[in-house]
Design a binder for this molecule. Sequence first.
Ligand code: SF4
Length: 108
Amino acid sequence: MELGALVCTARTPRCADCPLVDGCAWQRAGKPAYTGPAKPVQRFSGTDRQVRGLLLDVLRGTDEPVDKTLLDRAWPSAGQREACLDSLLSDGLVEQTADGRFALPGEH
Ligand code: SF4
């Protein structure tokens, strides 16, 4: 059983279904509210996730494979853009055509 993923989740632990309920320190302590530091919110702006999305947006916006120059306009930082394009190719989310252009899988 994936206890942490299915039963003892941070937001809504299913204690009634938990095999550890009799030994649970949180239960014994009376289920106190969390008083630790706030969980940091992951920024989106400038992340590889954003750049990958922008590159995919370019490809979604056309029915034809696109030249690399069109992808180059999607994000100003060449190093990050190239790394993201490489990762999209590695993940199989983007394909390169025989003539060097780029497309979504199966769309060329
Ligand atoms: S009883 Fe304890 S370990 Fe089990 S789900 Fe609840 S909080 Fe988690």
